[in-house]
Design a protein around this ligand. Structure first.
Ligand code: ADP
Ligand code: ZN
Ligand code: ZN
Length: 761
């Protein structure tokens, strides 16, 4: 981002604007101010319309400078200033510049990602509305009983006379059908005045897609705050610690089991911030943004909240953004991209379930970590940031060990059930029927007989992961991926979980014509098996095939809460955000996928999943029981997890990472590439490696094909870049990437740099 570093000069000298334009260029672009304006008239953070080649584009002014490296004749002018006040304050501007530089991503794309789509294309940052008001002449006419023969005109005049300052078009739409025609006639007579004015932003936004499509201001204001639990000593201590840091940066890691009261701590801290007149930003994982959670925040805080998540329409997103920027909504709750939300007078950032992988942008665009950016934003804004989790990322635990983060522990609450008992079930030592070992079936029976509820977790949706020919061994493959097709029986389909390909479920082998058979277990099949085994226990399923909206998730949750379901079978979805107080038994059907992965993070993810899913049990009066089916009960990961808990596991896993120099002991970036044939991506990466020279300043590993090389018809490969020091890694990338970009082979592939990759398979 060389251009961005050009020193900002004093107002008098500044002649050129540095603009972030949404395009793949790695630098800011230089423009002259519009004719008759001076660079300082266009404040950093405001949008401008600029010429880009033959078209026009919207950009954000980042800085002004004395001169440009472009020849004066090539400098073009900004065509229009779109905002009279900056959209981004100084701290957010800094964050965006830092993001572009840290992730080595084109700044224009980073700025664009921080804005709602409507603002990216130049729509007004403040909404406009049509305003209708009575004129003096109109008031006089009405007083004289006019217009006597036009009842509709009279009705509108009467209505406007009753409103002190006039009415918005929206209000009139709701009250008087067809008022616009009437209004035109009245305006012609000079009795009313129709104008455009800034629309006050709607305060509260729909929680989810499934909710009502319109902001519901009155509803939120009217609701009285609900009963507030008395905080435990640990909760009070956590609140006091973070609160004491108010007014300056501090990073806190709040560690406590599910149900230990972390959300209660967030709520109290957000209230403190509001009392100080500050705003708060609360980040939650994609799947954690449940109507339940939002309702809790809304009713407790009693102030308007803007909600930002990926399920919003462009219009809803714009409304939420405007409400935050106008300071009408002082609290913003949102998923990943909300880390860039324009919260006014930011006083606190909370990141719930900070270990969650949905905070990392994994595909397309700038691959940032919203958790890491939240910490960075807090640093730049000089405010405390609180990272909460039952199973913190190893990176975060390490930062706490180093003293960079202050660790706050929440023990289980006194009125909470005891910690669940976790045991391993050896799949080799027991009879296994349809994926369920004897002891697990017996435990389910026992819990159902004693009024318990059962949660069955399996990280695989569909009926079976494989369709096999029992004669020739043929396995139904995806034609576009190196993957097997998953059997979806009720839909009578084979589906690829990598590229989405769908085909009818065959009954005969594609090669020899013999009968085929589904092999292995998916949630659909486990649910079928359990329904047959326990016909009197109603069963619910929670996975992406059965729930499509927040309302569906709610319905499943309610069926468990009100007892109309006794067994819940689900994928990863059951491990997050939901509280099931009646669940007394959790069965993990297959823990082994994470034990022998090529990805150094697989073990961490498995441990987190097991602890999170176990945390759903025994939240009511009784202690929970957790059974984990495995073929490797002696595996050290499972052993440490069972006997020493997540803490013990984390200590062991960190020691292993230190030895292997994996993060957080080394820094990684991954150059990913894909092409339409098997060699293009590898060839590009080989050239990329070569242009680093014989003795590169960072360690380059690869290139290698990705672990599933062919996906959706494209061949994927990767080159790993490693250095013990973060600064060194970035200095290397800074000088290497511009050369990589120039490689002829780069044009034949899609490629992207992933800094701090989460998934390195
Ligand atoms: P977490 O976010 O760690 O899962 P929550 O804050 O959601 O935990 O708390 C779980 C449940 O316990 C909630 O119903 C909450 O209202 C309740 N709770 C939290 N703190 C207390 C407390 N100090 N006393 C009584 N109930 C509490
Ligand atoms: Zn066959
Ligand atoms: Zn596929």
């Amino acid at each position: 981002m060389g251009a961005a570093e050009t020193a900002t000069t004093s107002d008098a000298e500044a002649a050129v604007l540095k603009v972030a334009v949404d395009c793949p260029l790695r630098s800011l672009l230089d423009y002259l101010p519009p004719a008759g304006m001076h660079a300082p008239d266009l404040p950093p953070g405001a949008r401008v319309r600029v010429p880009m080649g033959a078209r026009s584009a919207v950009g954000v002014v980042v800085a002004s400078a004395a001169g440009s490296s472009l020849a004066p004749a090539r400098l073009r002018r900004v065509t229009a200033l779109l905002d009279s006040t900056p959209l981004f304050d100084a701290a957010l501007l800094e964050l965006l510049k830092w993001t572009a530089s840290y992730y080595h991503h084109p700044p224009g794309e980073v700025f664009a990602a921080a804005l709602p789509a409507a603002l990216r294309i130049g729509q007004a940052a403040v909404g406009q509305e049509t305003w209708v008001a009575l004129t003096e002449a109109g008031r006089a006419a009405l007083a004289q009983g006019e217009p006597a023969r036009a009842p509709r005109q009279r009705e509108l005049l009467t209505r406007l006379a009753a409103a002190a300052a006039g009415s918005s078009a929206g209000e009139l739409d709701a009250a008087l059908q067809g008022w616009r025609t009437t209004a035109r006639a009245l305006a012609q007579r000079g009795w009313i005045d129709i104008s455009q004015r800034d629309e006050p932003p709607a305060a509260v936004l729909p929680a989810t897609h499934a909710d009502a499509p319109h902001a519901d201001v009155a509803h939120a204001h009217a609701r009285a705050p609900t009963a507030v639990p008395t905080p435990s000593d640990a909760q009070s201590a956590a609140v006091a610690a973070v609160d004491a840091a108010a007014g300056g940066y501090g990073c806190f890691l709040l560690q406590g089991a599910t149900g230990s009261g972390k959300t209660e701590v967030y709520l109290r801290l957000v209230m403190r911030a509001l009392e100080r007149g500050a705003g708060a930003l609360v980040l939650v994982p994609e799947i954690g943004l449940t109507p339940q959670l939002l309702e809790r925040f809304r009713s407790r805080l009693g102030v308007p909240i803007a909600v930002l998540h990926s399920g919003l329409t462009d219009g809803e997103r714009l409304q939420a953004w405007r409400a935050a920027r106008a300071g009408v909504a002082r609290v913003v709750i949102g998923t990943r991209s909300a880390v860039f939300a324009p919260v006014q007078q930011l006083g606190l950032i909370v990141v719930d379930e900070e270990h969650d992988s949905s905070y990392k942008q994994q595909e397309g665009g700038c691959r940032y970590s919203a958790r890491d950016l939240a910490v960075r934003r807090a640093q730049q804004a000089g405010v405390p940031v609180l990272l909460g989790s039952a199973t913190p990322a190893l990176e975060s635990l390490y930062n706490a060990q180093l003293g960079r983060y202050h660790r706050l522990l929440l023990p289980r609450r006194a009125d909470q059930a005891a910690a669940p008992r976790i045991a391993l079930v050896d799949l080799r030592a027991h009879a296994v029927h349809a994926g369920l070992a004897g002891p697990v079936t017996q435990a389910i029976e026992r819990h159902l007989a004693t009024d318990g509820q059962v949660l069955v977790y399996l990280n695989r949706r569909g009926y079976a992961p494989t369709l096999l020919c029992t004669s020739c061994g043929w396995i139904a493959p995806c034609s576009e991926c190196d993957a097997r097709l998953t059997v979806h029986r009720s839909a009578a389909q084979l589906r690829c979980h990598y590229c989405g390909a769908v085909q009818p479920l065959p009954t005969r082998c594609g090669r020899c014509g013999f009968a085929v058979r589904p092999v292995g277990q998916g949630t659909e099949r486990i649910a079928e098996t359990l329904a047959a085994m326990f016909p009197s226990a109603p069963l619910a399923r929670l996975d992406r095939d059965t729930v499509h909206s927040a309302a569906d998730v709610e319905a499943v949750m309610h069926s468990l809460l009100d007892g109309s379901a006794r067994i819940l079978v689900g994928t990863q979805m059951v491990t997050k955000g939901h509280h099931f107080p009646g669940v007394s038994l959790v069965a993990v059907i297959n823990a082994d996928q994470g034990l022998f992965s090529a990805d150094f993070r697989a073990a961490e993810r498995l441990a987190q999943t097991i602890v999170q899913v176990a945390g759903r049990a025994g939240r009511g009066a009784r202690a929970g029981e957790v059974l984990i089916q495995t073929e490797y009960p002696e595996h050290p990961l499972l052993q440490s997890l069972i006997h020493e808990g997540y803490e013990g596991f984390a200590a062991g896993a960190l020691a292993e990472r230190a030895e292997a120099r994996w993060p957080p002991f080394g820094r990684l970036a991954l150059l990913r590439a894909s092409g339409t044939n098997a060699t293009a991506a590898l060839e590009f990466l080989r050239q990329a490696r070569d242009c680093a020279g014989a003795h590169p300043a960072a360690r380059l590993l690869g290139p290698v094909p990705a672990s599933m090389a062919r996906r959706a018809g494209r061949h994927h490969a990767q080159l790993l870049i490693e250095h013990a020091g973060r600064g060194e890694l970035h200095r290397f990338i800074d000088q290497w990437l511009p050369q990589v970009e120039q490689l002829p082979a780069a044009r034949r592939v899609r490629w992207a740099l992933d800094v701090d990759p989460l998934d390195i398979q």
